[in-house]
Write a protein that binds this ligand. Structure first.
Ligand code: UD1
Length: 442
């Protein structure tokens, strides 16, 4: 390891572009929207390309801030990343001479930890920042680290960094997770593709983005197979080759726009939607009484007129796939503010995904947050404009939804949060007739 470059022990959040959205609510959204590529697939696919020195090509990559962060991180490592056309990226990881993923990358995006498995497997060593910094328990990655150890890696933790080594090659083994972890599963798969021997991963996450990754790895020549719903087996190969892949569609973006139509009493047609991956979510829409029809890769959502009281309250519970995605929990909460009766939310995956409901309350929602995992929403509530700030990506999108359904004007600060994961969200909303405007927030 070329140790000449200093580590960044001190980290200060870089200045982010200060921007707010001004939203004039109460207009039904009407029209057609093309669903973008999935953030949670694209990030892992670009990371997977470092498993080979040959060129890999990806289409339908969403143009979002999280992809830019990963691209910059890869380039800092010496990986060539070309961007020949919008939504197309080419990655060639021939010479990677700097196996160090700094805190800057990890602090901006936890998913940069997905580089651990492929870099360790291909180059035998990597130093990678803990995305939670030294704050134990925040954004934990212990399951990723345990998985690498199960494959023979030696990993030490010092001063916020994991120093990982695999003298010789990683060796196949049994990776047993205590519960479902999406990126943990993906990191284990990525590492195992170049390990010596056979690996079994259980319980393996069933999220469709994991299978998108598997499809690409197989095109690279990897031997990876989901042999049972929660079991993935990998036979390690000595080397993989370059391949091409079209990123699957983003089910979270599709769900967000479906709710935008439902809560504004509009009618939106979603093209290129991952209908098969949205089962639990479409089921919730149907239970609430939203008119939703699917045909092939198209979803048509017709909202009931606002204030008509046509929607029914329902209880929702997030779960690993095929359950309702935690990333769609907050958009669904906005829908439930418009449903008659009392709805309960049970968030089973994360501890901090209900806090943003305080902001929704400032828009007039009637709700109680009982604890980190449970909330109750009483509807229908007439939402009104408010001044709020996005605390994270999913909360950000949901505040925009709230503002679209509200009477009057909202000012939503912190738009960089939603840019992390939604491609061109304001242009897409404008094309549906929303009144949304970007303001400099200095
Ligand atoms: C991924 C998605 C995220 C989604 C989540 C759950 C990406 C980039 N992000 O995140 O959008 O909300 O799946 O579907 O794909 N955990 C640990 N230790 C670990 C790893 C996870 O305790 O080492 C815990 C987490 O805190 C959480 C649970 O395991 O409570 C599941 O998290 P996980 O499935 O790993 O989420 P991510 O893969 O990080």
């Amino acid at each position: 390891m070329a140790d000449a470059r200093p580590f960044h022990w001190e980290y200060e959040e870089p200045p982010v572009e200060r921007e707010a959205f001004r939203v004039e609510g109460g207009r039904p959204l009407r029209g057609e929207v093309a669903v973008s590529g999935a953030k949670n697939a694209a990030l892992k696919l670009l990371a997977a390309a470092t498993l080979t020195g040959e060129r890999c090509r990806f289409t339908n990559v969403p143009e979002i801030a999280d992809i830019r962060v990963l691209v910059e991180t890869l380039r800092d490592l010496g990986v060539v990343v070309d961007h020949p056309a919008p939504n197309t990226y080419e990655v060639a990881a021939g010479d990677v001479d700097w196996l160090f993923v700094p805190l800057e990358a990890a602090a901006k995006m936890r998913a940069s930890f997905i580089l651990l498995g492929p870099l360790l497997a291909r180059f035998g060593r990597v130093i990678i920042s803990n995305p939670g910094g030294d704050r134990i328990g925040r954004r934990p990655v212990n399951l990723h680290v345990d998985a690498m150890r199960a494959l023979g890696a030696r990993i030490d933790y010092r001063n916020g960094y994991y120093f990982a080594q695999a003298p010789g090659r990683l060796r196949g083994g049994t990776v047993t997770f205590p519960g479902v972890t999406v990126m943990g599963t993906e990191n284990a798969i990525l590492a195992a593709t170049l390990a010596d021997g056979h690996t079994t991963i259980t319980p393996a996450a069933r999220e469709p983005e994991v299978d998108d990754l598997i499809a690409f790895l197989r095109a690279m020549g990897a031997e990876v197979e989901r042999t049972a719903p929660e079991v993935i087996e990998v036979e390690g190969r000595r080397r993989l080759r370059g391949a091409e892949h079209r990123v699957m569609a983003d089910r979270i973006e599709a769900g967000t726009f479906a709710i935008a139509a439902a809560i504004t009493g509009g009618e939106v047609t979603l093209h290129g939607a991952p209908v098969g991956a949205l089962g639990a979510f479409l089921d919730v829409l149907t239970r609430v009484g939203v008119d939703v029809r699917t045909e092939g890769e198209t979803i048509v959502v017709r909202g009931a007129p606002t204030g008509s009281g046509a929607y029914r309250a329902t209880d929702i519970r997030t779960d690993p796939y095929p359950g309702l995605a935690t990333d769609l929990q907050s958009p669904t909460a906005v829908l439930l503010t418009q449903a008659s009766g009392t709805s309960r939310i049970h968030e089973t995956i994360f501890e901090d995904r209900l806090e943003w409901l305080d902001d929704l309350r400032r828009m007039g929602a009637r709700l109680e947050i009982e604890d980190a995992h449970h909330a109750t929403i009483h509807g229908p509530a007439r939402l009104h404009g408010a001044e709020v700030a996005m605390s994270d990506l999913r909360a950000g999108a949901s505040l925009i939804l709230g503002a679209l359904a509200a009477d009057g004007e909202s000012l939503i600060h912190g738009t960089h949060q939603v840019r992390r994961g939604y491609e061109n969200i304001e242009d897409k909303l404008l094309s549906l007739g929303a009144r949304i405007e970007r303001l400099s927030d200095r």
